[in-house]
Design a protein around this ligand. Structure first.
Ligand code: ADP
Ligand code: MG
Length: 778
């Protein structure tokens, strides 16, 4: 026991008896379970397995106090039983996190009408009784037995009029442990799993900390000097066994800072590496194709569009590759910006691609872009080679198309304002999964030989090994569907094309500063003039539903259109939500037999989808019942009503996207969110309330981050990015900024981190898979 331990040692070196402890006689030992379940193979990794909560005497409450909290009228005096049995007064509020120490009284199992096991465990503590319901978790009846002493934690709440601890967590306490709790230590409870108890983990951590020498600080002294943070050794010890809340807080801040610093270092490192090494294309902003395009648009650009186009053009002019995120709320006019950027590439003699996440969207982009390019002589290379050819090549016929302007573009052409337009209108094409056969071959050849300037398609463009002759700009629409991996593949398509990622789901500021922190950000924070704000209503009753349908009818009479979005395609869904197929049938026969009803969902064949979408866009249906295929980008300015069924099932970002399908024209628009959730579903209620409160995508994005946490916003784990164990982007804005400033200062003074081998090593060991590739090579 005297030999000191190192962070790289295996768990068995802490104490072979604890590390080898088996939960079941023939089960695997604790260290194997920890390696398997959490990837913990070393002392260092064990110490990064932070407690998920603490059992602290100061948060221990008597059941009577909880009952009083949810039924204040009956029990005005609130009391908490302290460790020595003395009674202290403390208020317990609904929603508060508390721990109850008690004894399991009874455990009953019964079957619900739907045949699911329902286990009810009753815990008593001498002041009252607390019921713990377990739906469909029959094994709980085996884990908790009458007479067992347990710590139950959760949030104080009511369920069907009864006291309930929401997100209840139960931990059996045994012998020594029960004592420790009662003597008032703060006890860490680490995430455990089947085969290893929190208690075993706690003992391992405790022994390890006893035997570890002072833990070196990975963060350079000069960085720490300016930050008011405790050192690593203190922090790592205190996060597991804090003396009190203040120490815990200091430890947490320090370790959060570490997480954020590492992320920011990576971001700074990658950003600077690309800026230094990757040779990109220095585009020519002076040529007039992009400018002609802007002048040919049927509307005035918004100030925001102008500003963003300038930012992009300036970036594209630089020889280093652009990595820019364009965020703009739905309807803010990103497409025009994308086309502008594409034309900067084209006028500089290169190719551009604009990619969307789905076929429907790619085709819609294609239609919009085709219309936008028409006035400057755009040519679809896949179209029958009639008009397009003539327009581009034959001088004598140009006036047919251009009102008298000679289209030859010859140098002798006097004062023709847009000669390049008529002679060399940008050539474009569509490439998606449903472009097949001969047409596909033709398109692929043109892309390879540089015979097409702008390629519009799905993200599959990147995945399917399409070869570009000379790609210098890739625009990626809807970043949220587009992972790190595709971002890198994309880069291999051209030498180092400029990349513009567009997202209509605004990224909360802290996220833009962290996981997207290597990107420069342009923001369209203005909607084109004349847009009417969308009115949003929540509908919970039959009367409200009837009103919503009346609105649909009135709007249809006025020539407007309605989307009805369902969470499922057909009735076979397990979640018992209204399905698109059933609703389409019901609306067509029972509710709107007089209206034209159409259907759109993901299981239809692409051509059928396209046909239905096109028909709706052309006003040939009054009501389109759809699944979330219409979520992103679908543009039908004549649609003024959006009904969302089971809106409580959708995330905020999704709801915001759905709502963005209306209010795109000059008409007044309405969004009705049907909510059939239980009143207890507080998260759903909070989401819907936020939707009704604001239409500002940035505000909603922040709310979303706050409600859900960063882990769910995008798949950190899968990408190999280190996840944040302690830091919360929604709450730790200040720490994010501090870490970012420090990280960039370090990298700017030491570009390849040659002087900081320990940081480099830390980055190498924390970033894996795609993320490592992204960091060091991609
Ligand atoms: P999003 O940012 O959601 O992709 P779009 O680019 O699809 O928005 O633009 C939405 C609609 O607004 C389109 O019909 C587009 O033609 C139109 N639009 C874009 N910019 C302007 C503008 N400056 N003034 C008026 N309408 C515009
Ligand atoms: Mg769009």
């Amino acid at each position: 026991m005297t030999e000191p331990l190192s962070l790289d040692d295996p768990l068995a070196r802490i104490d072979p008896r604890i590390a080898g402890r088996r939960f079941r006689a023939k089960g695997p030992p604790a260290d194997e379970v920890l390696a398997e379940a959490f990837g913990i193979e070393s002392v260092g990794a064990l110490l990064r397995h932070y407690p998920r909560r603490y059992i602290d005497r100061s948060s221990t409450a008597a059941i009577r106090a909880l009952q009083a909290a949810v039924r204040p009228a009956k029990q005005p005096r609130l009391a908490v039983v302290g460790s020595e049995g003395e009674t202290r007064e403390r208020e317990v509020r609904p929603g508060q996190e508390v721990t109850v120490i008690g004894t399991v009284g009874s455990v009953a199992t019964r079957r619900t009408r739907r045949g699911q096991a329902m286990v009810t465990v009753v815990v008593t503590d001498g002041t009252g009784r607390l019921e713990l319901p377990y739906f469909n978790q029959p094994w709980m009846a085996k884990q908790l037995r009458p007479g067992m002493e347990v710590a139950v934690s959760g949030r104080v709440g009511l369920y069907r009029g009864r006291l309930q601890l929401q997100n209840q967590q139960v931990e059996p306490l045994r012998g020594e442990e029960a004592d420790t709790v009662h003597t008032g230590r703060i006890i860490p409870v680490h995430p455990a799993t089947d085969g290893v108890t929190a208690r075993t983990i706690r003992e391992l951590v405790f022994r390890a900390l006893q035997r570890l020498r002072r833990i070196d600080d990975p963060v350079p002294a000069d960085v720490l000097a300016g930050e008011d943070l405790v050192n690593e050794d203190t922090a790592l010890r205190a996060i597991h066994f804090p003396e009190g809340p203040r120490e815990l807080r200091a430890a947490t801040d320090r370790l959060k800072f570490d997480e954020l610093l590492l992320l920011e270092l990576a971001v700074a490192f990658r950003k600077r590496r690309l800026e230094r090494h990757a040779a990109g294309v220095a585009h020519d902003p002076g040529a007039n194709l992009a400018e002609s395009f802007v002048r040919s648009l049927p509307f005035e650009l918004t100030e925001a569009q102008r500003r963003v186009m300038k930012e992009i053009a300036a970036d594209m002019t630089e020889p280093r590759p652009m990595h820019r995120l364009l965020q703009g709320d739905v309807g803010s006019g990103k497409t025009a910006v994308a086309v502008y950027a594409a034309l900067v590439a084209v006028q500089s003699g290169h190719q551009a691609t604009i990619m969307a996440p789905t076929e429907v969207l790619a085709r819609q982009h294609f239609r919009n872009i085709e219309a936008m390019l028409e006035p400057i002589g755009g040519r679809n290379i896949a179209a029958a080679p009639t008009g397009a050819r003539r327009r581009g090549q034959v001088t004598g016929q140009a006036d047919l198309f251009a009102g008298g302007d000679d289209g030859s573009g010859g140098p002798q052409q006097a004062a023709a304002p847009e000669p390049i337009v008529l002679a060399n209108g940008p050539r474009y094409c569509l490439l998606t999964g449903s472009v097949t056969g001969k047409e596909r071959e033709r398109v692929l050849a043109a892309i390879r030989d540089g015979d097409v300037d702008v390629v519009i398609g799905t993200h599959a463009l990147v995945q399917e090994g399409v070869t570009f002759g000379d790609l210098s700009l890739a625009v990626v629409d809807e970043q949220h569907r587009f992972g790190l991996h595709q971002r890198m593949l994309l880069k291999q398509k051209g030498a180092s094309p400029d990349v513009l990622i567009m997202t209509a789901t605004p990224i909360p500021r802290t996220l833009a500063l962290t996981y997207y922190g290597d990107l420069d950000v342009s923001t369209l924070d203005e909607l084109p003039a004349g847009r009417r704000p969308i009115e949003t209503y929540l509908a919970r009753t039959d009367a409200e539903r009837a009103e919503a349908y009346e609105l649909v009818r009135v709007e249809a009479k006025a020539g407007r259109q309605t989307f009805v979005v369902c969470a499922a395609i057909d009735e076979s869904n397990k979640n018992e939500v209204r399905s698109a197929e059933a609703e389409a049938e019901r609306l067509a026969t029972e509710v709107f037999p007089d209206l034209r009803i159409s259907l759109l969902h993901g299981r239809m064949r692409p051509l059928e989808k396209e046909a239905n979408m096109r028909a709706f866009a052309a006003g040939e249906a009054d009501v389109l019942i759809a699944t979330t295929v219409v979520e992103v980008g679908v543009d039908v300015p004549n649609a003024t009503v959006m009904l969302v069924e089971n809106a409580d099932r959708f995330g905020l970002a999704q709801l915001h996207q759905l709502r963005g399908r209306i209010g795109r024209g000059e008409h007044r628009s309405w969004c009705v969110l049907f909510d059939e959730s239980e009143e207890e579903n507080q998260d759903a209620r909070a989401r819907l309330a936020a939707m009704a409160r604001t239409t500002d995508g940035f505000e909603l994005a922040d709310e979303d981050l706050r409600l859900r946490g960063e882990g769910t916003l995008f798949d950190v784990r899968q990408s190999g990015m280190p996840d944040l164990k302690l830091a919360r982007l929604a709450d730790d804005v200040d720490l994010v900024k501090r870490a970012r400033a420090r990280a960039f200062a370090v990298v700017d003074a030491d570009e390849d981190l040659a002087g900081h081998p320990e940081l480099l090593a830390l980055m190498r060991s924390t970033f894996s898979g795609d993320a490592a590739e992204w960091l060091f090579h991609g």
